[in-house]
Design a protein around this ligand. Structure first.
Ligand code: BMP
Length: 244
């Protein structure tokens, strides 16, 4: 358990797919059943699961804990609350998410070092909870601000020693640039594949370790077949690259 599990899954050359388990549009009373069904179907072909407010607000943190418990050997678990707060709040939330069974948390970086990310990073290291920083987001409006703050956020992230980054599959330039700066020491996760426009494999070709994929899988007619097709594309891309 913990971030070492994420690293181990990568080293064991498992799939490079992280499922975004967002039950958008699913009837309230069906959300738990929907989650279990999809997680059963995708065992062995998806490595990690990212859970955010859409699921947590619908079923509550206890049910999320039960889901993680049931599938803890099959997947690593990322809590996507895009944290942005002061230190005592961040460390408290990190501890709760760790206790529920999450292996990593996603945090914004703009809150800065002292009184926020320094303390969060320290707590995450104590818990072996991976800390993943959002460098640039995947939607168009990310260009309004993130493109201007990229270098500063990267320097904050390196100072506080995050374990990995969230970078847009839709803007692979940022993935390439980050990989050039950080080498292979940290893990890059890229959302924006499928429904948001990037093609499967694009982010990995440009240096990402994992692609985060939601609707392209969960809303497809046959999630298992769709995921197998994406995994095959990833294998082909990885086969033609070195260093990954
Ligand atoms: P989808 O593949 O259905 O577009 O979902 C993408 C997932 O990745 C969502 O859970 C979203 O919150 C997350 N995400 C994103 O789309 N862009 C970002 O920049 C950061 C994210 O965490």
């Amino acid at each position: 358990m913990g971030f070492s599990k994420v690293v181990r899954f990568k080293e064991e050359k498992r799939s490079r797919i992280v499922l975004a388990l967002d039950p958008i549009g699913i009837a309230h009373e069906k959300v738990i059943e929907w989650s279990y069904k999809i997680l059963k179907e995708l065992e062995g072909i998806v490595s990690g699961v990212k859970i955010g407010l859409p699921l947590i607000l619908r079923v509550g943190l206890n049910h999320v804990g039960n889901i993680i418990d049931e599938f803890k050997d099959s997947y690593f678990w990322i809590a996507d609350l895009k944290l942005a707060d002061v230190a005592h709040i961040l460390t408290d939330i990190a501890e709760m998410l760790h206790n529920i069974g999450f292996d990593a948390v996603i945090s914004h970086l703009f809150t800065g070092r002292e009184g926020s990310l320094n303390e969060l990073s320290e707590k995450c290291k104590e818990l072996d909870l991976g800390l993943l920083g959002v460098l640039v987001m995947s939607h168009k409006g990310a260009n309004d601000l993130f493109s201007k703050t990229y270098e500063d956020l990267l320097s904050i992230a390196l100072d506080v020693d995050v374990d990995g980054f969230i970078l847009p599959a839709t803007m692979p330039f940022y993935i390439r640039r980050t990989r050039e700066v950080i080498g292979w020491s940290k893990i890059i996760f890229a959302p924006g594949v499928g429904a948001q426009g990037a093609s499967p494999g694009d982010a990995i070709r440009n240096g990402a370790d994992f692609e985060i994929i939601g609707r392209a899988i969960t809303f497809s007619e046959n999630p298992k077949i769709t995921t197998l097709k994406i995994a095959k594309i990833h294998e082909e891309v990885l086969g033609s690259c070195t260093g990954k």
